[in-house]
Design a protein around this ligand. Structure first.
Ligand SMILES: [Zn+2]
Length: 542
């Protein structure tokens, strides 16, 4: 059993996890096989979908097929060669209360049926429970996790240590810290299903990040019950490596059709917005006319195709370093997902620490949501911690961003630089040119071709949060450096006076003279002439 991380983006990882039945690639979707109702057979999953792993419920098997499963072993019993994960009945415990098994019995049963990945019988916290009860579920789950060492007899099975605590984040943190100390191969977030059913994805963000912050990054992380493809991007971006989906079958049973951005009723579809093998062959009207069982099977197969397809898209986005863009696109599938992505702002510094430094592609900024991106946070931190202006620089000249990047190659900046060079000659080094630009803030000219400062595209006009962010960065830059004077070339149509106001306040605080030009067009000939005159005066005056 080993877990090797081969690629990463945001908190997402592409990894290889080895079980005794083979190697699987993460992020991995494990379709749920209910031994009572097999909507899609495990053999079909293997042959038609190339599925290398599934999850089933050891408790249901123990209750209904104990002898057969024990005698044949789980792989023969289900007729599946890939890796099999078993859940312990904790979910049944949450829904139906009392479960007719014991922690010890279910550990032994999972070993007997030769599962690959096994789960202890944890106590799910559930949703909206009093804190005292939540604390009890955490403590009891930890107690059972510690007892596993004495119960288990095999070392070739990967054991899952579930984290409980529900929406009580202090308890989630405590639970994760204790689980982290124990020799589990996988961790899982317990009982998020009610949270997901109520679309409380922003709460889910809190729960996942809190758990992940307190668990070893070297172990895969499973999100129980996250089976809808429209939230895979969010969960993967937060570092979830494994998912189980019962949704493909449950939704099919209710004549519901999954898409990567939501759910549609079969009765409302005129066309199938999909070209999977199922949808290619037929149309909604035809499927509606089928007997229930056939209809269910077709919908379940489509639901699986769309789920696996979304996961492949996510993996491709990880390898391209474009998971954020993908996540933002998915966030607009539902307001509660957008709310969850907005919540990432709260964890942007943590996200930055987890995210890889090298990226292969340019970045797209659509809105102020992108201000939480690791690249933006990283630039802000590095400018503050590692940057000092050139030693001779006395005057900070702030120029607006141009369409051309790097900015110093733009016709506009080149014209300004030529004029300044002409009048200042050898003393040109006294003037330090920086660009203020969305979304990064102040960019010193000598850095403006460093990735990703030139390798990005942003939609204009900028939204109010983005404008305020850049204004704040301009003020921060002035406050964190020691120029003798600041000169700002305004672009009021773009920045609506916000940059000037922020710079003025920062200069006042630092007691540094501040000059700005009240012109509408920053690049007009007379504006530049005026600017050059201001600079000359500033250099001449002691
Ligand atoms: Zn389809």
């Amino acid at each position: 059993m080993s877990f090797e991380i081969v690629d990463r983006d945001l908190m997402a990882r592409i990894g290889r996890f080895e079980t005794k039945s083979g190697v699987v690639e993460t992020p991995l979707l494990l379709p749920v096989i209910n031994p009572n109702i097999q909507t899609v057979l495990p053999k079909t999953l293997e042959e038609k979908f190339g599925c290398r792993a599934l999850i089933t419920n050891a408790y249901i098997i123990q209750k209904n097929f104990k002898e057969a499963a024990a005698e044949k072993g789980l792989h023969d019993f289900l007729n599946f060669n890939g890796s099999i994960m078993t859940d312990s009945g904790a979910y049944q415990l949450l829904i139906y209360k009392g479960v007719e098994t014991s922690p010890e019995e279910i550990v032994h049963f999972q070993e007997t049926i030769d599962t690959d990945i096994a789960t202890i019988l944890d106590i799910p916290t559930g949703w909206g429970v009093p804190k005292e009860y939540a604390r009890h579920t955490v403590n009891e789950t930890i107690k059972r996790a510690k007892a596993l060492k004495k119960m288990k007899t095999r070392d070739d099975i990967a054991w899952v240590g579930p984290v409980q605590g529900g929406q009580h984040l202090d308890l989630v943190a405590k639970s994760a810290k204790e689980m982290a100390k124990l020799p589990f191969q996988i961790h899982a977030l317990g009982s998020p299903t009610p949270v997901m059913e109520q679309y409380k994805f922003d709460t889910l963000v809190d729960m996942i990040v809190t758990a992940k912050m307190n668990l070893p990054a070297s172990r895969p992380f499973h999100l129980f019950g996250a089976g809808h493809p429209f939230m895979f991007a969010l969960a993967v971006a937060l570092g979830c490596d494994l998912f189980d989906s019962a949704a493909y079958a449950l939704f099919a049973r209710e004549d519901r059709y999954l898409t990567e951005s939501g759910t549609t009723k079969l009765s409302e579809l005129e066309y199938f917005p999909c070209s999977c093998p199922v949808c290619n062959k037929t149309d909604p009207e035809n499927v509606r006319s089928l007997p229930k069982e056939d209809r269910q099977k077709m919908l379940a197969e489509h639901n699986l195709h769309v789920s696996f397809c979304e996961l492949r898209r996510i993996k491709q986005a990880i390898t391209e370093g474009r998971l954020w863009e993908h996540l933002e696109m998915r966030a607009h599938g539902h307001p509660s997902l957008l709310q969850a992505v907005k919540k990432l702002g709260k964890y942007s510094e943590y996200l930055e620490k987890q995210s890889s430094v090298t990226k292969r592609s340019g970045i797209f900024f659509f809105s102020s949501l992108g201000l939480a991106r690791p690249e933006v946070i990283r630039y802000r931190k590095r400018l503050l911690d590692r940057y000092s202006p050139p030693p001779k620089a006395k005057i900070l000249l702030l120029l607006p961003q141009t369409r051309t990047k790097p900015f110093h190659n733009s016709k506009e900046h080149e014209t300004v630089m030529k004029e300044i060079q002409q009048i200042l000659g050898d003393t040109v080094d006294l003037v330090h040119v920086c660009t203020y630009a969305a979304p990064f803030g102040v960019i010193p000219t000598e850095l403006d071709d460093v990735y990703p400062l030139s390798q990005n595209e942003i939609a204009s006009p900028f939204d109010a949060e983005t404008v305020m962010y850049v204004a704040k960065q301009a003020a921060n830059h002035i406050e964190n450096t020691n120029y003798d004077r600041v000169i700002l070339l305004r672009d009021p149509k773009v920045w609506m006076g916000k940059i000037a106001a922020a710079c003025r306040r920062a200069c006042k605080k630092k007691q540094v003279p501040f000059t700005t030009l009240r012109k509408r067009d920053p690049w007009a000939k007379n504006t530049i002439e005026h600017l050059v005159a201001v600079i000359r005066e500033a250099v001449m005056s002691p």
